[in-house]
Design a protein around this ligand. Structure first.
Ligand SMILES: *Cc1c(COP(=O)(O)O)cnc(C)c1O
Length: 223
């Protein structure tokens, strides 16, 4: 068995029930994705539109593609109807464009709202307060063709595990406040996507439902 297949099997047995593996295949060739597919993996994460739309026709059509990168509004059209989940909605403007184009295409697009809690300044996403305000103001009610399924976030890129844990806790607590607010009447708001190769065990301890693992499955990316 190849290394990739072994890793897929490992995660299948190691991840607790209720935690889904998103195999992050960005920058890796179709052959690597096929090895994971043949080992039973069906959920793949990609972060660039061009790469995603090039890969989709080369792979089986029962794959659930998750878009996990920064999405420019002028590229949304290319992925509407092709992806199972856009994990990285980082602005209301982007959300509005996704909704308009989904309505026009006659599809419902499932999305996660990206939270920014990490120490890095350049990361995209909503601050926890901003996201709470977005929901409490009920602006989500104007969406016609978008289903907000939960949140996605990243912890600080640091060896300080207490900082990483605090970041994941903040993501989970923000999710919980929104989900637990009965007045919002949200349905199907149950995804907390957090945890990558270097920190997923901590993310799972903090309540993650989706871990996004790239390097540990496919190896180092060559950019
Ligand atoms: C690349 C990427 C990952 C995977 O990171 P690894 O460290 O390779 O596991 C997870 N989430 C996002 C948003 C990414 O861009």
């Amino acid at each position: 068995m190849g290394h990739i297949a072994e890793k897929i099997q490992y995660y299948r047995s190691a991840l607790p029930e209720g935690v889904e593996l998103v195999a992050v295949s960005k920058f890796h060739p179709v052959e690597s994705l096929l090895e994971a597919y043949d080992a039973g993996q069906r959920v793949f994460g990609e972060s660039r539109v061009q790469e995603l739309v090039a890969k989709i026709p080369q792979l089986p059509d029962d794959i659930n593609w998750h878009f996990i990168g920064h999405l420019q509004t002028n590229k949304v059209r290319q992925i509407i109807g092709c992806v199972a989940l856009i994990e990285s909605v980082d602005s209301e403007r982007l959300l509005g464009v996704i909704d308009d184009l989904s309505a026009k295409a006659g599809v419902v697009t499932r999305v996660l709202m990206q939270l920014h809690v990490a120490a890095e300044e350049t990361k995209f996403g909503f601050a926890p307060d901003e996201l709470l305000e977005f929901f409490r103001s009920r602006r989500f009610e104007s969406l016609r063709a978008t289903h907000i399924c939960g949140v996605m976030g990243m912890a600080s890129n640091t060896d300080d595990t207490e900082r990483v844990r605090a970041d994941f806790k903040l993501i989970f607590d923000t999710f919980s406040s929104i989900r637990g607010d009965d007045a919002l009447g949200l349905r199907g708001f149950d995804v907390v996507s957090m945890g990558m190769s270097g920190d997923y065990p901590i993310a799972i301890e903090c309540g993650s439902t989706h871990v996004r693992i790239g390097t540990d499955i496919f190896g180092i990316r060559e950019y």
